[in-house]
Write a protein that binds this ligand. Structure first.
Ligand code: 3PG
Length: 306
C-alpha cells in the first residue's frame, strides 16, 4: 500500500518523520510531494497512491480520476471544502478530516492577530486592550472553544452563536449563547469567525451584518475567505473608518483592501493558523493513524462523505 503526503504548504519535518514512522510500522510505503507548483505534479504523484494526506490542497474530480488506486483521502485539519466529496463518493473513495487536531494553533493565532490590531499594528500610537471587551465567537466548534478558553485569560466577556451546537456546551464554558448571528454582531466589540465554507455560509458575512457592530469594532477571520463578501467588506470599511479587519486568509481583493484601508487591515501572506510544529504533528499523525486503521481494519469514524 502506498501513502502519499501531498502538501503545497509542507508540514514541519518532525511531523513528516512521525507520519513516516506510523505508515512504515504498518508495512506501508510513504511518498512525499511538497511545495508543488503545477497541478500536473499532483496528478502524476497520485497515480499509484492508495491513500493521500493533504492540507488545503485541492482534490477535485480530475485528481480523483487520475488516482485509480485511491481508497482514502485524509485532510490533516478541519475544513474539507477543498475536496470534491461527490466525486470521491462516486469513485468509492473515503474522505476524512482530523477534527480538533490543529484547533489550539488556530485559536492562539486569533489572539496574536487581535493584539496586533488593537495596538494599531505596533505603529507606536496608543491602542486598546482586550480586557473587558465583548468577544463574539462565530461558531462554537473546536477552534471556537479554544478561543473561549484563551479569552478568559484576557478577561474578556464571551458570547457565541452556533446554529448546530447545543447551548449547554457554551453555558458550561461560561460563554453566553446568542439566538442569532445578527445578535452576535450587534452585541460584540470583536467577532472571531470560525464557520466552515459551505453553500449556506459563503459571502454570509456582509455589510448588513458588519454594520451592526459598534464603533471601534474588530473582525478577525481565521476560517475561510469565502465566508466574507469581499466587495461588501471593502465598501463597508471605506464608509466606517473606525472598523478594523485582520485575516489569516488573503482576500481576492487584497491589493484594493491594502490601498484603501491602510492602518486598519492586515492579512497574513500565507495561511498560518495551523502552521506550528505541534499542530502539524497532531494533525499529520492523526491522519496517518486514521489511514492505517481504515486500510487495516475498515475504521471509518472520521469519514465526512456519504
Ligand atoms: C483547517 O481547516 O484545518 C485550517 O484551515 C488549516 O489549514 P492548512 O492545513 O491548510 O494550514
Amino acid at each position: 500500500m502506498k501513502v502519499l503526503i501531498a502538501t503545497d504548504k509542507p508540514f514541519a519535518k518532525i511531523a513528516v518523520d512521525g507520519i513516516r514512522q506510523e505508515i512504515e510500522a504498518a508495512g506501508f510505503e510513504l511518498a512525499l510531494l511538497e511545495k508543488y507548483t503545477e497541478k500536473q505534479q499532483l496528478l502524476d504523484a497520485v497515480v499509484d497512491a492508495n491513500a493521500i494526506i493533504i492540507r488545503s490542497d485541492i482534490i477535485d474530480a480530475e485528481v480523483i480520476a487520475a488516482a485509480k488506486q485511491l481508497k482514502i483521502v485524509v485532510r490533516a485539519g478541519a475544513g474539507y471544502d477543498n475536496v470534491d466529496l461527490d466525486a470521491a463518493t462516486a469513485a468509492g473513495v473515503c474522505v476524512m478530516n482530523t477534527p480538533g487536531q490543529n484547533a489550539n494553533a488556530v485559536a492562539e493565532l486569533v489572539f496574536g492577530m487581535l493584539v496586533f490590531a488593537i495596538r494599531n499594528f505596533y505603529n507606536g500610537t496608543s491602542g486598546t486592550e482586550l480586557m473587558g471587551k465583548k468577544l463574539g465567537i462565530h461558531a462554537y466548534g473546536n477552534v471556537g472553544r479554544n478561543v473561549a478558553r484563551i479569552a478568559k485569560g484576557f478577561g474578556m466577556e464571551l458570547f457565541a452563536y452556533d446554529a448546530y451546537c447545543p447551548e449547554i456546551v457554551m453555558t458550561n464554558d461560561a460563554v453566553k449563547p446568542l439566538k442569532s448571528v445578527e445578535e452576535l454582531y450587534a452585541s460584540c466589540d470583536i467577532v472571531s469567525v470560525h464557520i466552515p465554507a459551505t453553500a449556506e455560509t459563503k459571502k454570509s458575512i456582509n455589510a448588513a451584518l458588519l454594520g451592526r457592530m459598534p464603533k471601534g469594532a474588530v473582525l478577525v477571520n481565521t476560517a475561510r475567505k469565502e465566508v466574507i463578501d469581499e466587495q461588501e467588506i471593502l465598501d463597508f470599511m471605506v464608509a466606517r473608518p473606525d472598523f478594523k479587519y485582520v485575516t489569516d486568509i488573503e482576500p481576492g481583493n487584497n491589493t484594493e483592501m491594502t490601498e484603501k484601508l491602510a492602518g486598519r487591515y492586515f492579512t497574513t501572506p500565507k495561511k498560518m493558523g495551523a502552521q506550528t510544529s505541534e499542530a502539524n504533528i497532531n494533525a499529520g499523525i492523526a491522519a496517518a493513524k486514521q489511514i492505517v486503521d481504515f486500510l487495516a481494519n475498515g475504521n471509518q469514524q472520521f469519514r465526512v462523505n456519504k
